[in-house]
Write a protein that binds this ligand. Structure first.
Ligand SMILES: *Cc1c(COP(=O)(O)O)cnc(C)c1O
Length: 726
C-alpha cells in the first residue's frame, strides 16, 4: 500500500492506480495536452465551470460520441483533433488551468468537522449518480448519493464512498409504437472509464473474499475520484468466480431476489471487509437506504470473533452507524422470506459470530415473531445510533411507519429525525445562469459560508429582467432543438409513420410554454393526472397561448401497472395536437435530466401525498429559474412560499379516486388561470416581467436552502458529530 493513508485529508488507497491509468493516457495524447489526462480521471471537471468546455472544444462531435466520458474521448478521438488542440495556445492554457484547479482542490486543508481524516465517514449506497458517463445509478437515490460525495468534497470533509461496479448498470429503455416499455442491457465495462482497478503492493488486483450462498466470492475494487472523495466500487467480475457469482455485479436492481440479496451482502459485508483490508477505520458508517445494512452484521461478527458478547457487539456497532431512510412506501422497504436470507447468509449460521437466527431477529419489527419476514430497513434502524428521513414530512412518516421498532414510545417520541435533501448546485446549474450569478451576486457567492446565506441570494433581484429572460430563452432553445432531433429518431425507431415522426420536428417551439415531467414512472407519481381530462389538456396544447409537454422516465421492469399507465397516455398520440406538442424522451438519465431541468419553463410533480419522501429534480429546476408546479409534499412543502412557483394541496386522502380528481382539477385550474396568462403577459420587447419575478424568487429562495452544501452541513452538525449522541 501507499506509505501513508491520507494526504491533506484525502484517502490515498488506490491513488497510485489512478495515477498509473492517467499516465498511460498521458502518453497517448500530445504532451501539451497531458494535464488533461489527470483531469479526466477525476469527476471534479464535471462541476468545474470550465471543465466540459475544454473537452468539447477539442472535438465537439467526438465529445458527444464518447458519452461525455473524458477518458474514452481522449483515447478515441482522432490524432488530428488532438494535434490541432495541442497547437491552440489558448486551449492548452485552459487545460493547464483546469489541472491546477484540481490540484488546488486536492491540496486544500481538510475541514475541521470533528471527523479525523484517517477515520473518514464511510458512505455506503447501492447506487451512485455522478455523471451520465458512469452508469452505476438508476435515479434519485443514486443522484443524491453522488451529490453528497460532491458536497463533501466541496467542504473538504473526510469521506469515502462504497458502492458496486455494475457491468451492465441500470436497464435502458425503449418504447414501442404502442407506448409499451421494453428493457435492454448492454455491458458497459469499467475500462475506458475514469476508474482504476485497485492493486496491492505486488501489482496484483486487490482482493477480498465475501461468503455468499455458503461459498467464498472473490471481490475486486475500482477507485473513482469525485473531487477529494474516493469512491470504491466492488466487483465480482473476477475470473475465478462462477458465472452466478460474477452476475452479482451485473445489473443494478436486478429483479431476482437471491441476486439482490447477494448484492446487499456484497455491498455491506464486502464493503466492511474491503475497508478493513485497506486499513481504513471509519469514524462514522453512513448507510444511505437499507441496502447496505448487512455492513452492521459484519461489524458485529468481527467483534464477536474477538470475544465480545453479541449484545455488547451490537451496542458498540450502533455507536458508529447512522442511517438515512428514503422510502415512505411500505412495499419499497424490502423484506425477504427467512429461507432467502438463510440462503445468502448461510455462512453466518456456522460462524461463531452472528448466527442466522440473530440476523433474522434484528431484521424483524417483532423479533420473536417467526412469521415476520426480515427486512433491510428494520435491520438498519435497529443497528444505527441515528435514523433520518429526507424531508420534514418524511421524518414524520418514518416515525409513524417504524413506531413498532420502539415499543412503549408514542409516535412523536420515535427517535427518527430528518435532513432535507439537497442538490449539488455546481452540477445542476446551467452555464447561462451561472454566468449571471457570477456577475450579479457578491464575490465568492458559491463558497460554503456564502452559498447557504439568504443574503447572498438577495442580489438575484438585481439581475435585469431582460438578461435573465435572455438566458432562459437560450436554455429553452437548446432543449427544444435537442428534443426535436431526438424525438424524430425515437419515433422512427419505434416504427411510427413518417408523418408522426416529422410532426415533432415541425412544431416543438422554443417560444412555447414548456412543461417538463420526468422521473421514475411509479404509479404514485401520478403522471396520468396530466391527461386526466384529455379534452382540457388537448385544448391547452393549441390556441394563441399554447403549451407543450416533455416527458421522460423509466418504469421498473416488473412494474406492469406503470408500464400500462404510460401506454394509455400514448393512446392520445393519434391526435394531431399531441403529435406536435407532446414528446416522450426515452432513456431518461442524468444527461437528459440536465437538459430538461434547465430548459423547461415549468417543472411538474404530482406525487400522491405523502409518498414523495423528498424529490430532488424540482430543486435542480428551481436553481435554473424553472418554476415548480407541484403537490405540496416532500421538499416542496418546505420550499413553497406562494411566490416561487405553484403548490397543489398536499393533504393525504385515503380515497385515491377523489384525490386524483381534485388534484387534476386544481392542476388545470392553476394552469389556465395563472401559469399560462403570466407566461404570455409580455412587454413590447417580449419580456414577461411577472414571470421573471417568479423565476428570481425561485432561484433566490431555493438555492440557499436546498443546495448540497446545506445538506452536508446538516449531516455534519446533526448526524455525524458524536457529541449529539452522548
Ligand atoms: C434528480 C434525478 C432524479 C430524481 O428526481 P425526483 O424528482 O426526485 O424523482 C431521478 N433521475 C435522474 C436522472 C435525476 O437526475
Amino acid at each position: 500500500m501507499e506509505k501513508s493513508l491520507v494526504r491533506k485529508g484525502v484517502i490515498r488507497c488506490g491513488e497510485r492506480d489512478i495515477r498509473r491509468e492517467a499516465q498511460e493516457l498521458a502518453r497517448h495524447i500530445p504532451a501539451r495536452l497531458a494535464p488533461l489526462a489527470q483531469v479526466a480521471y477525476n469527476y471534479f471537471w464535471s462541476w468545474h465551470p470550465e471543465g466540459e468546455k475544454v473537452f468539447r472544444d477539442i472535438d465537439e462531435y467526438g465529445w458527444l460520441l464518447s458519452g461525455k466520458n473524458p477518458v474514452r474521448f481522449l483515447w478515441r478521438t482522432s490524432q488530428h483533433s488532438l494535434e490541432r488542440a495541442a497547437a491552440d495556445g489558448e486551449l492548452v492554457l485552459r487545460a493547464e488551468a483546469l489541472q491546477e484547479a484540481l490540484e488546488d482542490e486536492l491540496n486544500r486543508e481538510p475541514a475541521d468537522d470533528g471527523v479525523p481524516p484517517e477515520n473518514p465517514v464511510a458512505f455506503f449506497c447501492a447506487e451512485f449518480g455522478l455523471h451520465r458517463s458512469m452508469p452505476v445509478y438508476s435515479g434519485g437515490l443514486g443522484v443524491l448519493a453522488g451529490d453528497i460525495l460532491k458536497g463533501a468534497s466541496d467542504r473538504a470533509l473526510p469521506m469515502v464512498g462504497i458502492g458496486l461496479m455494475y457491468h451492465s448498470g441500470f436497464f435502458h429503455q425503449r418504447i414501442d409504437a404502442s407506448g409499451y416499455q421494453h428493457e435492454y442491457w448492454y455491458a458497459t465495462g469499467p475500462d475506458r472509464r475514469p476508474t482504476a482497478k485497485m492493486t496491492d503492493e505486488d501489482g496484483e488486483p486487490l482482493c477480498v473474499t465475501v461468503p455468499v450462498w455458503g461459498e467464498p466470492v472473490k471481490v475486486h475494487a475500482w477507485r473513482v475520484d469525485v473531487g477529494r472523495i474516493p469512491l470504491f466500487l466492488l466487483d465480482t467480475e473476477v475470473q475465478e468466480n462462477s458465472p452466478r457469482q460474477r452476475f452479482i455485479t451485473a445489473r443494478l436492481y436486478e429483479g431476482n431476489h437471491q441476486i439482490r440479496l447477494a448484492q446487499y451482502a456484497l455491498l455491506g459485508v464486502g464493503g466492511i471487509s474491503f475497508l478493513h483490508a485497506l486499513g481504513i477505520d471509519p469514524s462514522v458508517i453512513h448507510m444511505n437506504e437499507g441496502h447496505p445494512a448487512a455492513a452492521t452484521l459484519e461489524l458485529v461478527g468481527r467483534l464477536v470473533r474477538e470475544g465480545v458478547s453479541f449484545d455488547e457487539a451490537c451496542d458498540r456497532v450502533r455507536q458508529k452507524v447512522v442511517f438515512t431512510t428514503h422510502t415512505p412506501v411500505p412495499a419499497g422497504n424490502e423484506t425477504y422470506p427467512p429461507h432467502e436470507f438463510g440462503a445468502v447468509f448461510q455462512d453466518a449460521d456456522s460462524s461463531p459470530g452472528t448466527g442466522l437466527e440473530n440476523i433474522l431477529r434484528l431484521g424483524r419489527i417483532h423479533p420473536d415473531d417467526p412469521n415476520e419476514p426480515p427486512g433491510m430497513t428494520a435491520l438498519a434502524i435497529r443497528m444505527s445510533r441515528s435514523t433520518n428521513g429526507v424531508s420534514r414530512i418524511h421524518g414524520g412518516i418514518a416515525r409513524r411507519m417504524w413506531q413498532g421498532l420502539f415499543p412503549g414510545r408514542s409516535e412523536e417520541e420515535v427517535p427518527i429525525t430528518h435532513v432535507t435533501n439537497g442538490a449539488h448546485l455546481p452540477t445542476w446549474i446551467a452555464p447561462e445562469i451561472r454566468r449571471l450569478l457570477d456577475r450579479y451576486l457578491p464575490e465568492g457567492w458559491s463558497s460554503r459560508e456564502q452559498v447557504m446565506d439568504p443574503d447572498t441570494w438577495a442580489a438575484v433581484d438585481s439581475i435585469p429582467d431582460e438578461e435573465l429572460w435572455a438566458a432562459r430563452m437560450e436554455m429553452s432553445t437548446q432543449l427544444v432543438s435537442w428534443a426535436k432531433s431526438h424525438s424524430v429518431i425515437d419515433r422512427l425507431t419505434r416504427g411510427d409513420t413518417m408523418e408522426y415522426a416529422m410532426a415533432a420536428s415541425h412544431t416543438l417551439d422554443s417560444g412555447v410554454l414548456t412543461l417538463g415531467f420526468a422521473r421514475r414512472l411509479a404509479t404514485y407519481k401520478r403522471l396520468y393526472l396530466l391527461t386526466y381530462d384529455p379534452e382540457r389538456v388537448l385544448n391547452m396544447l393549441q390556441g394563441p397561448h399554447p403549451i407543450q409537454l416533455l416527458f421522460g422516465g423509466k418504469a421498473h421492469p416488473k412494474d406492469e401497472e406503470a408500464k400500462h399507465m404510460l401506454q394509455r397516455m400514448f393512446q392520445l398520440k393519434g391526435d394531431k395536437r399531441v403529435a406536435e406538442r407532446v414528446v416522450y424522451l426515452e432513456d431518461y438519465d442524468m444527461g437528459v435530466a440536465t437538459k430538461m431541468v434547465a430548459g423547461c419553463d415549468v417543472w411538474i410533480n404530482m406525487p400522491r401525498p405523502p409518498l414523495e419522501a423528498s424529490g430532488t429534480s424540482g430543486m435542480k429546476a428551481a436553481f435554473n429559474g424553472t418554476l415548480n408546479l407541484s403537490v405540496l409534499d416532500g421538499w416542496w412543502a418546505e420550499a413553497y412560499d406562494g411566490e416561487n412557483g405553484w403548490g397543489i394541496d398536499g393533504t393525504e386522502d385515503p380515497d385515491h379516486g377523489a384525490k386524483d380528481s381534485r388534484d387534476a382539477a386544481a392542476f388545470y385550474e392553476v394552469m389556465e388561470r395563472e401559469v399560462i396568462p403570466l407566461f404570455y403577459d409580455r412587454d413590447e420587447n417580449g419580456v414577461p416581467h411577472g414571470w421573471v419575478q417568479r423565476m428570481k424568487a425561485s432561484i433566490r429562495t431555493v438555492a440557499p436552502r436546498f443546495c448540497a452544501t446545506r445538506m452536508v452541513d446538516d449531516y455534519v452538525r446533526k448526524i455525524y458529530r458524536m457529541e449529539n449522541f452522548i
